[in-house]
Design a protein around this ligand. Structure first.
Ligand code: 26W
Length: 828
């Protein structure tokens, strides 16, 4: 059929839609739909269409299919169901085409339809920008959870910000990280629906007008009002039967142009307000595990919390008529404290706008909200200066004081003394009067959870010890999970095919059935097939490594990966220091049988995090020397892959042999990369931290390389506060490595480059590098020994895949649904 026939056909089949044949799941329907989109929506003809044009056309065609199940869902909760609202400042989505067509069961049809147009699906997939509206684990978790909620047919909305610029693009020049703006929307976003008619006013500043009763309704006259506009993206669940909504808010000036200013002739000045207003949804804060504490960030938090609450309360009222039933019909989950101001906004809306009595309003709020903590690091705990809150959100600050008064009274009634009260107060008086958002979240929520068994214990025993004593029973554990659809089925199609051939396809829907693989762990044929899949992934990755870094690696080497944000507590420094020790050992005895290793690092450092950037540079400097040392050859290669993101993770995860999860015990809340890697059969070298502990429990201690201090040992050591100089001096290998780095052996052009880094670590080793060094080196030796015994290695690898089924985000979501949200949920 030529173009004119197609246009004619399309037009006459569905005249009012302009161009679309019906969707019946056939290749032919998909082909016509893609062509229709290409011609009528992208405005290109097949002859001249670029791969990006084809991607956009395909995305539109696929979105149409997703939209059908979306509409059927929308009516469903009216029947009595409850909705989950997942509030998160971050959604680290990555690319969505393969996920969406995979979940719709259309991968084959789309591939064939494109092929008939002379287009390879794999060539257009890479045209999709990687949506990086998140920093790391917390944001990726939100994306996995959205997908699982759709899969489990839980009616849910994700609420967040439609950042124009996601996480920065990392380029590395001579070992130095440079941040470039990320522009995922530059060519439009074919997945989203802009809702021009769905917007809410969000106020800032101004004054409060009220009556004498402080708990009665008050008025707030903001001196600035911004509009939050909704953009909706359908999130399709596996099987394609249920689709939820990710609703992201964009800031627009309520008054786009100040006409009086404009008319006075100040054309640029007339736009100034607009620029300031719209800055709110301009860019994601790139801080990870450290609070930015800046006004714009607080504005982002309130902006999206307020819009989301207005939206969900409006929906509830339209459907059920009264806010009294809110806790039965809505569960609001706070992804860390970033959206915690929503608790106060809820009180304001209930008391001031909807005129509900204070106590009742508080009960409704408390029963509706729940909060997940993702970090214990003090620098990551959000606190906001009272003065800033008073200026930006005067009514909210009043409400916080009121809530705190009652909270303090309740604590006094339970016998709390001054010291305990100071610890429990929502307002920290010792560091310049700041509102503790974690405390506020605890108080305002009926359920609080940590994200791994250890972390939840520490949340209870350290972070919220006092709060837990006066409000016992609120804290529970919900160990994180990952969506296997993305991280196994799509990221590793070769291994998935092998698993389906071997185990049948039951594990695709019920991952615990991966356990059946254990019966094959000793079978040489399957070991060989498993190893062959890994090798194929490593060969593909080797090409990418060569392309992006110029380093040539041998795919037969042991691929040792540490991929995650760069942070001192994650201890990339321990890894590279061990690499230097290993390098020295090779030089000292080049004749020995060394296991050829590629150490791969990837990750971004927060732009202002000087130490983290020094560590990136050190890895580059060490790599430079090691990779060019003829004595070393393929025995050790060090690679730093720039611009780590979800798409790169999807290439690295299936190729990895060894997964580095080496955080200082007690500091990594859970980790989720650990799960992705182990699921794909990488062996873990790790500390007893976060979910590593549970991974060990599932795979068995003989199938993981555990080392280092435990969380309580770390706490005990820190309490002693020993100067770490002597720990280093007592360790000859570590001393020599430190000396080598500090004296400029890897930075001859600037010998003092790493003085600070090394001196700092030696005088205050907050992250227990010296304490864990020997045990890490010993664990690495056990890794080498296992690699030299392929039967053992592949048995261990297969047992990891077999026993990781529990770490599916479907399991996590079921736990939230049953014990926090109390919504009905499908069983596998
Ligand atoms: C306020 C600045 C800021 C921004 C983000 C502080 C802290 C964060 C997050 C808590 C960082 C984060 O992503 N935490 C990670 O969350 C994952 C999902 O639960 C866990 O698996 C990781 O262990 C945890 O570091």
């Amino acid at each position: 059929m030529d173009l004119h026939d197609l246009a004619w056909k399309a037009k006459h089949e569905q005249p009012e839609g302009g161009s679309l044949p019906p969707l019946d799941g056939s290749v032919e329907a998909m082909r016509l739909r893609i062509l229709g989109k290409l011609i009528y929506q992208v405005g290109r003809e097949p002859r001249t269409a670029s791969p990006r044009d084809w991607f956009v056309a395909t995305a539109y065609a696929v979105r149409d299919t997703a939209t059908s199940s979306w509409f059927t869902e929308r009516g469903a909760p009216a029947a009595g169901g409850k909705r989950v609202y997942y509030l998160s400042l971050e959604f680290l989505i990555g690319r969505v085409l393969m996920d969406t067509i995979g979940n719709l069961g259309l991968t084959g049809q789309v591939r064939e339809a494109l092929l008939q147009c002379g287009v390879d699906l794999d060539d257009i997939v890479v045209e999709e920008p990687d949506a990086a509206l998140g920093n790391g684990g917390l944001g990726r978790l939100a994306a996995c959870f959205m997908e699982s909620m759709s899969t489990l047919k839980i009616p849910a909305y994700g609420y967040g910000i439609r950042y124009e610029h996601g996480l920065f693009r990392q380029v590395i020049e001579k070992g130095l990280q440079r941040e470039l703006p990320e522009t995922w929307l530059a060519h439009g976003n074919p997945w989203e629906f802009a809702r021009a008619d769905t917007f809410y006013p969000v106020g800032f500043g101004g004054t409060v007008v009220g009556e004498p009763d402080p708990t009665g309704p008050h008025g707030w006259v903001p001196d600035e009002t911004i509009h939050a506009f909704a953009y909706d993206t359908p999130v399709v669940g596996a099987g394609g039967q249920h689709t939820n909504t990710l609703r992201l808010w964009a800031a627009r000036a309520a008054e786009p142009l100040q006409l009086d200013t404009f008319n006075r002739g100040d054309h640029v000045g007339a736009l100034r307000e607009r620029v300031k207003t719209e800055a709110i949804s301009r860019v994601l804060y790139p801080g990870d595990e450290s609070s930015a504490g800046q006004e714009l960030r607080l504005r982002q938090e309130y902006f999206f919390a307020s819009a989301s609450l207005q939206d969900l309360l409006g929906r509830h009222l339209a459907e059920f008529g009264s806010l009294e039933t809110l806790p039965d019909k809505a569960a609001i989950q706070l992804n860390d404290t970033h959206p915690a101001i929503a608790i106060i906004e809820m009180m304001r809306l209930l008391v001031d706008v909807h005129r509900i009595a204070w106590d009742r309003a508080w009960t409704i709020t408390n029963e509706t909200f729940s909060y997940t903590n993702h970090t214990l690091l003090p620098e990551a705990l959000e606190t906001w200066p009272v003065a800033l809150m008073e200026r930006l959100l005067p009514r909210h600050m009043q409400l916080i004081f009121l809530i705190n008064m009652r909270h303090m009274q309740a604590a006094r009634d339970k016998g709390a003394d001054h010291r305990v009260l100071a610890e429990l107060s929502l307002v920290d008086e010792l560091h310049g009067r700041r509102v503790r958002m974690g405390h506020l979240s605890f108080l305002g929520c009926h359920a609080i959870n940590g994200v791994s068994a250890l972390h939840s214990d520490l949340v209870r025993s350290r972070l919220f010890k006092g709060m837990d004593q006066i409000y016992p029973g609120r804290i529970s554990n919900k160990t994180n999970g990952i969506t296997f659809r993305r991280w196994l089925h799509r990221a590793n199609p070769g291994l998935t095919r092998l698993l389906v051939e071997t185990l049948g396809d039951g594990f695709l829907a019920d991952p615990v059935q991966l356990e059946k693989l254990a019966a094959y762990a000793d079978k040489p044929a399957l070991q060989a097939a498993f190893a062959a899949e890994r090798l194929a992934c490593k060969q593909r990755l080797a090409v990418i490594i060569k392309d992006r870094t110029g380093v040539v690696v041998d795919p037969a080497s042991l691929l040792d990966v540490q991929v995650k944000r760069i942070h001192e507590y994650k201890r990339q420094l321990l890894n590279i220091v061990q690499a230097v020790a290993h390098y020295r050992a090779i030089l000292a005895d080049p004749g020995r049988q060394w296991v050829p290793r590629v150490k791969l690092f990837a990750g971004k450092a927060a732009p202002g995090y000087v130490r983290a950037k020094e560590i990136i540079r050190l890895v580059h400097d060490v790599a430079q020397m090691v990779n060019n040392d003829p004595v070393v050859g393929d025995r050790l290669k060090i690679v730093y892959m720039p611009n780590y993101n979800v798409s790169l993770a999807e290439q690295i995860v299936p190729a990895a042999d060894l997964s580095e999860q080496i955080s200082t015990a007690g500091m990594e809340a859970s980790g989720t990369g650990n799960m992705k890697l182990a699921l794909n059969g990488a062996l873990t070298i790790g500390t007893l931290d976060g979910a590593n502990i549970e991974i060990r429990d599932f795979v068995g201690p003989e199938n993981i390389f555990i080392f280092g201090l435990t969380a309580s040992e770390v706490a005990a050591q820190s309490a002693l506060g020993l100067d770490s100089h002597h720990a280093v001096r007592a360790n000859p290998v570590l001393s020599q490595v430190f000396e080598m780095i500090a004296s400029g052996a890897f930075s001859p052009d600037e010998p003092h480059r790493y003085r600070n880094l090394i001196d700092g670590t030696q005088s205050y080793d907050r992250f227990m590098l010296a304490a864990d060094f020997d045990s890490y080196v010993a664990a690495q030796a056990r890794v080498d020994a296992a690699w030299l015994d392929p039967q053992l290695w592949w048995r261990m690898a297969m047992l990891n895949t077999a026993r990781l089924g529990w770490f599916s985000s479907d399991r996590s979501i079921r736990e939230y649904a049953e014990s926090i949200w109390r919504v009905p949920v499908l069983q596998p």
